[in-house]
Design a protein around this ligand. Structure first.
Ligand SMILES: Cc1ncc(COP(=O)(O)O)c(C=O)c1O
Length: 444
């Protein structure tokens, strides 16, 4: 083994803490296990304990850890190149752009690649700015999350009071841009306690009012996560998304779907197909590169695209290694992985819903493919969020050998988003360990 790798792998706990003094974290938490290696849905820590990873590492490892086929592609491709600057023609980029254009909803067929989700949102904003005028203000939904770059941070819940306090993102508001917010049709809870259909109508009416009376000029673009992931795995109703589409057409603005978390994970390549609503721009990131960094936007052929005069230029926007793994993964998704995702998602969803009878504290189960959220409440009627208990269930899960995600603006949503290759035996293990954790926290 290479000497540097030997040195890295040999770091002991004291040495890790010494080195950690030099690391600045702007997000995420420390103090959990030190992860050493993974295979499939499982990851091992430096003490040799194993966990099923239901976070897929920020939901990005669609094919799990150390996938043999992806690793083979990496080994073969890396012999010739890892990265080519976007100013040079190269086959991986053309192949992948063509493939994405073929798979995307009809008419969305030009692709621009970039380095991560936040920059991809900003790329989409630039396309909006080029195509919509007179306009200045972008629109996003209550509780949305679109990144922490200065351009995207103003659209993320971390810059609002939605989680009960101002955190992180609000500090940089003088440097970022304000987004105009419209109500999200979170039908499980709504401030008026009306039924779901009435609330969808109210949200759309308020959106119309905002477009008419709350924005100077045309909305520059409306950026939407069809399933609001960080907000708490909120699956927006199809009728609401259809309503937004109509309003965008009427007010001559563009609808942007942030599909960074949903792409593939919901059992369909595109949320646009899942919800049968066609946006003007789709934004991709996270799992796109099969675990390697890559993000992209796909835009409608009706739109003016980028011009090659430094409108959108990044040193690492053409990582050919990520592009070939992305292409390989797309082929794998098409021939079985998406189907597995749909099946295993349903299986987990049904069993989680069945758990609601035994544990009324499970207020809602929201499942689309392997994009799953379980919302914990004090009682199903009052729906008071069980914040501390949800965190305790997550911690108990960790002790029991499953890493769950924790989120939602009320911090009471457990996220179950394993790699899309998870099998039935592994799903059973997740369910069994979840129930054990829920029992320990809520009944013991
Ligand atoms: C829906 C959504 N949009 C944008 C982003 C930002 O992506 P990145 O972290 O790659 O900048 C995220 C990241 O969690 C996300 O979930």
């Amino acid at each position: 083994m290479d000497k540097i790798l030997q040195e890295i792998y040999a770091l002991d706990k004291t040495q890790i803490e010494e080195c950690a003094k030099h690391v600045m974290l702007g997000g995420g938490t420390r103090g959990g296990p030190v992860l050493a290696r993974g295979k499939g849905v499982r990851v091992w820590d430096t003490d040799g304990r194993d966990y099923i990873d239901c976070t897929s590492q920020s939901w990005a490892l669609y094919l799990g850890y150390a996938n043999d086929e992806i690793n083979q592609v990496i080994r073969e491709h890396i012999e010739s190149m890892t990265h080519i600057h976007q100013g040079f023609d190269n086959k991986p980029r053309f192949y992948l752009a063509n493939k994405l254009a073929q798979l995307a909803p009809e008419g969305l067929n030009r692709v621009s690649f970039t380095v991560g989700g936040g920059p991809a949102i900003e790329a989409a904003m630039k396309i909006c700015a080029k195509n919509v005028s007179p306009s200045r203000d972008f629109v996003c939904l209550y509780d949305s999350y679109h990144g922490t770059t200065l351009g995207s941070m103003g659209a993320s819940w971390i810059s609002t009071h939605s989680c009960g306090k101002y955190i992180g993102g609000s500090r940089f508001l003088p440097l970022t841009r304000p987004f105009i917010r419209i109500p999200n049709a979170y039908t499980y809870r709504n401030p008026f306690n009306v039924d779901a259909e009435t609330y969808i109508d109210m949200c759309l009416t308020m959106t119309r009012e905002t477009f008419e009376r709350g924005i100077a000029g045309k909305p520059a673009g409306v950026i939407v996560e069809c399933i609001q992931a960080s907000a708490g795995q909120i699956i927006l109703p199809k009728r609401y998304l259809q309503g937004l589409r109509k309003l965008c057409d009427e007010f001559e603005t563009l609808l942007v779907f942030d599909e960074i978390q949903t792409f593939g994970r919901i059992g369909e390549m595109f949320a646009a197909d899942y919800f049968s609503v066609k946006p003007d721009i789709i934004v991709l990131g996270k799992g796109l590169g099969a675990g390697l960094p890559l993000a992209a936007i796909i835009i409608s052929d009706k739109l003016k695209g980028f011009d090659p005069d430094t409108e959108e230029l990044h040193t690492f926007a053409n990582p050919t290694l990520s592009m070939v793994t992305a292409a390989k993964q797309l082929a794998m998704l098409e021939v079985g992985i998406l189907e597995n995702c749909r099946k295993m998602g349903l299986y987990l969803g049904e069993h989680l819903k069945a758990m609601m009878e035994k544990y009324p504290e499970i207020g809602d189960v929201r499942q689309a493919g392997l994009h799953i959220g379980v919302e914990f409440v004090k009682d199903p009627k009052g729906k008071e969020p069980l914040e501390k208990e949800t965190m305790a269930i997550r911690d108990a899960g960790m002790k029991n050998g499953v890493i769950f995600g924790l989120g939602g603006v009320r911090k009471n949503v457990l996220k179950i988003k394993p790699p899309l290759i998870v099998n039935k035996t592994e799903c059973d293990e997740i369910l069994e360990k979840l129930e054990k954790s829920v029992y320990t926290v809520l009944r013991k």
